[in-house]
Design a protein around this ligand. Structure first.
Ligand code: HGY
Ligand code: MN
Ligand code: MN
Length: 434
């Protein structure tokens, strides 16, 4: 099996597509190519079981930690020396088959191709999937990798509940994935994540590869508005305390906030729940979520301050009580310059069109970047669509991205940029938090 940049074995594209297809059968959304495998549901368990079988079949040492994060390594006990690849296999409720799954299965494919080649890199390789990356069921997103790098105590993560009051810890026990390995987990030598772009940039520029420089900041806020349920027919308009109206006004002003701040600012009201949510009752309560993101930390803080003002003003105008709870807050992250350069060099050597870019979406890599040299590779999303069953990336782009992952990981594992990374590891060989 001939290598390419640096002698890395080529991956088997058909095998990778076959595994993506097999995993996509679990939690398949009927009539679509998409998936629903919300974190710690039965579907998530079944997906974990399938991927775990593939990991075990390769003879990898599998560890499951107290939050259900799973790491598989080519050499027992050597995750700390390994170059790790990974992502997540949980999905949003209306998810595609590539978001997260590609990074995990491409990592597995790289390992299988290396093992099959009979070549042994200087460092072991590992592949991981992290619990609840999406955060759709249990906020914040990237929960598993956040705890893995010590960004949240295990005890705190286990107590997080979903909308039905069900706790992470109980669901881990129910699906059999509360493992013995410690949280925080073992810091690898370096971390690489292949992921679909989930946006329109690569396709617009007719570019095969995104050389990801970092991830924008993320702020999630849950807003609870309390007014008065009342009769839709008898309550005069001036006497209403309509939580539904206020929620809609806030949603409209979130769109204006993003427009007025401009640049990379985005704002999304993805969920609004009204109580009692009936045609002839004025909503006495509303619970809504606001997702704000910006590549600039000061601008994200400004957007949060604007949101606070919007909610207070609109709630007061409608004589409502308002409560706001931050459910996710991550500052922008920059990946390791030497690893970014390596991705760019390998893409150029492979003759792939490529461009540097930030990530609009959150990823487990933004957590691993706190503790070890980390970067990401993007492949294009058809029509820029993601978090949608219609999510699609071509087999050709997937194979190109996975082979580039193999090239980068092979060079990292053979020490090609050790000197550039040496300063970023403390005496214990652990990465120093960014
Ligand atoms: O929210 C995100 O950006 C990611 O999909 N968890
Ligand atoms: Mn993802
Ligand atoms: Mn996602």
């Amino acid at each position: 099996m001939s290598g390419s940049g640096g002698g890395a074995p080529r991956i088997d594209g058909a095998r990778l597509m076959g595994r993506l297809d097999a995993l996509a059968q679990i939690g398949a959304i009927e009539g679509t190519q998409g998936n629903c495998r919300l974190a710690l549901t039965d579907e998530d368990r079944d997906g974990r079981d399938l991927v775990g079988t593939w990991m075990a079949d390769l003879g990898l040492e599998l560890t499951v930690d107290g939050l259900g994060n799973v790491v598989a390594c080519t050499e027992p006990g050597r995750v700390a020396d390994s170059v790790m690849m990974g992502s997540h296999i949980d999905t949003v409720a209306t998810g595609g088959r590539y978001d997260g799954n590609l990074g995990v299965l491409a990592g597995l494919e790289v390992i299988e191709s290396v093992l099959a080649s009979g070549q042994t890199p200087a460092r072991p390789l590992s592949v991981a999937y992290f619990t609840d990356e999406e955060g759709s069921r249990f906020a914040p997103d990237m929960l598993g990798s956040l705890a893995y790098v010590g960004g949240m105590a295990l005890e705190e993560a286990l107590e997080i509940t979903d909308r039905d009051g069900i706790a992470v810890g109980d669901e881990l026990d129910r699906i059999g994935y509360r493992g013995p390995a410690p949280v925080p987990g073992t810091v690898p030598y370096a971390y690489m994540e292949l992921h679909i772009e989930q946006g329109p940039v690569l396709e617009f520029h007719e570019t095969q590869i995104g050389v990801v420089e970092g991830v924008q900041g993320i702020s999630w806020t849950e807003v609870t508005l309390s007014g008065q349920s009342n009769h839709a027919g008898t309550t005069p308009m001036p006497l209403r305390r309509d939580a539904g109206l206020a929620a809609c006004r806030i949603a409209g002003e979130v769109r204006e906030l993003a427009h007025n701040i401009g640049d990379s600012q985005v704002g999304t009201v993805g969920s609004i729940s009204l109580v009692p949510n009936l045609v002839n009752v004025i909503a006495g309560a509303a619970v809504m979520t606001v997702d704000l993101r910006n590549t600039s930390e000061p601008m994200l803080q400004h957007a949060e301050a604007r949101l606070d003002e919007i909610v207070s003003r609109i709630a007061e105008g409608e004589h409502l009580d308002a409560a706001m709870r931050r459910t996710a807050r991550f500052e922008p992250v920059e990946f390791h310059p030497a690893v970014i350069d390596l991705v760019e060099r390998c893409a150029a050597e492979a003759g792939l069109t490529h461009r540097r870019m930030p990530s609009g979406a959150g990823h487990d890599a933004q957590m691993l970047a706190r503790v070890c040299p980390t970067a990401m590779i993007f492949v294009p999303s058809f029509d820029g669509v993601s978090h949608n069953p219609a999510e699609y990336t071509s087999p050709e782009d997937i194979e190109a991205g996975a082979n580039l992952l193999a090239d980068v990981v092979w060079r990292l594992a053979n020490g090609d940029i050790d000197s550039a990374l040496a300063g970023d590891r403390d005496a214990a060989g652990n990465g120093t938090a960014a």
